[in-house]
Design a binder for this molecule. Structure first.
Ligand SMILES: [Zn+2]
Length: 659
């Protein structure tokens, strides 16, 4: 006898033998018993789960020559012995026509079919058409079929098997009974292949069988195809082929999941070197990056499910995980290392990596990069977590808490000279989350610290009263002008906490070490001479008085004026292109005249365009009080976020009805 593949050899011949589709088989048997036969059936679901098999069994049951309840046929199951049953099983019944719709999808074939359907069956009760891959049939062809379905002759039954039922026109679907098939459960596949292995005289350990069943991924046929291959390549001992897990993994090109468990342990321990070593071993062993990424994606998915379903190291299992008990425990162990959120992010990254591998040249690098990302991902704090640390974040809306209001007014009235940000709100109860050990922001913070560690002597000179070139005043700039030093430290701590560092270096906590603080305290001493502020006021007044120089006046009002040596440096917020247009020669002339009359004419006026970063880091201006923009800028959450991300507010939209 010619060799038959397992999937065909062990194809079920009875409804009861079909694994995992009880909801379909029970309904069909009831319908048969009651004689309620539809003229159209749609069987939908993944490949290899029994759609065509059930269509054949149904065809046998419909055309079986023995009536239900007879001695040969007690139930609705086909008798399997009558001429009709035997012929249908062998595939040569004249009244059961199987059509592969993938190749016979056009209108001509369907017309032919429709015309043939008019004739009565040759011998049996029904003329049955089984259309495989029915979604491939063209719309025109379906329309040709529609008439037959609308007024079907007594003797006609159509069965359509498809993986994509949504591609079948609604007009056709509504005239058929639709059965949606389930993916076959792991235990069902396992039971089936265990039985087949015994029947075939194949030695196989439990791990090997589990692996085959998992590889089927809900499809009985896939599992059996792999089993076929595995048996063919298995070593023979005492005349019996012997299956083991390693051999099956080699066959499928997969690696043991222990590898992924090790990878996740290394990721958890922040051991990039170990991660790279494992990746290197895998790739050097000839595994393809795409296949590894695919398997890792599956493993991560299992970990997430294990986490959600609460599968622990100590066992416990879930229906959600169609993998063996050993694998469930492994997934549980890996899942215990991370939070659900972290695992979700890992999965996202690996999915993207897998996608990208499809069209990238240097697959190996992308795979490695994907793994490294996982190591670093752990340290990231989600934005939600950062924002949730603000005491005010709970109260939605545009208004800040009363505390922060007072803080900001205190700042603006006490020190109009320095344009530093209003204080951060006093934390009501500063939450101290346990993580992280270190923060990706710490490197940023380090550069932030640099201006703070400038030797104080340098800042004492009056010329650097307010340093225009000071890098974006970062964390230490918070509330340095506040009178209460305790507040100041708390505010800095809040910012530090926000940045994810436990404690700041001592010099930051010492307000007097900050050059800005010194500048602020030195400000009164400079009052005798002309300060930048005074000059600015004069220039703005002169421009406001002049004809059509309003925008120039505004621009200079919004800029920072400093006197440095024999220079008046005006740091505007205008771009390089805009600067000469807004402060045009005439405006410049007016300013110079004003400055000359004030006795500062010998100083050189330097207009500076605002850089992207410079303006972004600029603290909220007091201008346009009451506007939605000003209120938004005033909000401590906005300010903290701005500082944290070095962000720029471009647009503020007020969604409230009115204020
Ligand atoms: Zn029969």
């Amino acid at each position: 006898m010619a060799y038959q593949v397992l999937a065909r050899k062990y194809r079920p011949q009875r409804f009861a033998d079909v694994a995992g589709q009880d909801h379909v088989t029970v309904t069909l048997m009831n319908a048969l018993t009651q004689g309620r036969i539809a003229h159209g059936y749609i069987f939908s679901g993944h490949r290899g789960i029994g759609k065509t098999t059930i269509a054949r069994i149904l065809a046998m049951a419909l055309n079986c020559r023995n009536v239900i309840g007879s001695a040969e046929r007690a139930t609705a199951e086909p008798c399997e012995i009558c001429d009709s049953c035997v012929e249908i099983r062998a595939g040569n019944s004249v009244d059961v026509i199987e059509i592969d719709a993938a190749t016979n999808r056009g209108i001509d074939e369907i017309r032919e079919l429709r015309d043939a359907a008019r004739y009565r069956p040759a011998r049996d009760r029904y003329k049955i058409y089984i259309l495989d891959e029915a979604h491939q049939i063209t719309d025109a062809a379906f329309n040709a079929l529609l008439k037959t379905l609308e007024e079907p002759p007594e003797h006609i039954v159509f069965m359509m098997a498809t993986t994509q039922p949504e591609d079948i026109p609604q007009t056709v679907r509504s005239r058929c009974q639709h059965f949606s098939f389930h993916a076959v459960k792991l235990v069902d596949i396992l039971e089936q292949i265990r039985g087949i292995a015994a029947h075939e005289g194949v030695e196989a350990d439990e791990a090997a069988l589990a692996l085959l069943a998992e590889a089927g991924d809900g499809s009985m046929r896939d599992a059996l195809s792999i089993m076929d291959q595995a048996i063919a390549s298995a070593p023979v001992e005492d005349g019996r082929p012997r299956l083991d897990a390693t051999q099956i993994r080699d066959l499928m090109g997969t690696v043991a999941n222990t590898i992924f468990e090790r990878l996740l342990e290394a990721i958890h321990g922040n051991r990039s070197a170990d991660v790279m070593t494992i990746a290197n071993e895998l790739l050097d062993a000839g595994n393809s990056p795409a296949q590894l990424a695919r398997q890792f994606v599956r493993y991560l998915r299992n970990c997430i499910i294990a986490k959600i379903a609460g599968v622990g190291e100590d066992g416990g299992s879930t229906e959600l995980l169609q993998i063996s008990a050993d694998e469930q425990r492994r997934a549980g162990r890996s899942a215990a290392l991370f939070t659900e959120e972290e695992l979700t992010r890992f999965l996202q990254v690996m999915l993207r990596t897998f996608d990208e591998l499809g069209y990238r040249q240097e697959q190996r690098f992308h795979f490695e990069l994907g793994l490294l990302k996982l190591v670093h991902l752990q340290r990231l704090l989600p934005v939600e977590e950062i924002l949730s640390r603000f005491p005010t974040s709970g109260s939605a809306g545009g208004s800040a808490s009363p505390q922060s209001r007072t803080a900001s007014t205190a700042v603006s009235s006490a020190a109009p000279v320095t344009r530093v940000a209003p204080a951060a709100p006093r934390p009501v109860t500063p939450p101290t989350p346990p993580k992280p050990a270190f923060s990706p922001f710490s490197s940023n913070l380090k550069s932030f610290n640099e201006p703070a560690s400038v030797p104080p002597q340098k800042a004492v000179e009056p010329q650097v009263l307010i340093q225009p070139d000071l890098p974006p005043p970062p964390v230490p700039a918070v509330s340095i002008v506040q009178t209460d030093p305790v507040d100041e430290i708390t505010a800095i701590e809040v910012a530090a906490d926000l940045l994810g560092v436990g404690a700041l270096p001592a010099e930051i906590l010492q307000p007097e070490a900050s050059p800005i603080a010194i500048a602020a305290s030195a400000a009164p001493a400079a009052k005798g001479t002309q300060s930048g502020e005074d000059l600015q006021r004069m220039a703005v007044e002169a421009l406001s008085g002049a004809k059509s120089q309003g925008s120039a006046a505004d621009a200079l009002g919004d800029s920072e004026w400093t006197v440095a040596g024999d220079e008046i440096r005006v740091q505007t917020e205008l771009s390089k292109t805009m600067l000469p247009m807004v402060i045009n020669p005439e405006a410049e002339k007016i300013v110079r005249t004003a400055l000359r009359s004030s006795g500062a004419g010998q100083l050189k006026l330097v207009l500076l365009p605002g850089g992207g970063n410079a303006s972004a880091a600029k603290k909220p201006r007091a201008a346009k009080t009451g506007s939605a923009q000003a209120k938004a800028m005033d909000h401590p959450v906005v300010q903290q976020a701005q500082r944290l991300f070095n962000a720029e507010i471009r647009n503020v939209i007020d969604l409230r009805d009115n204020d």
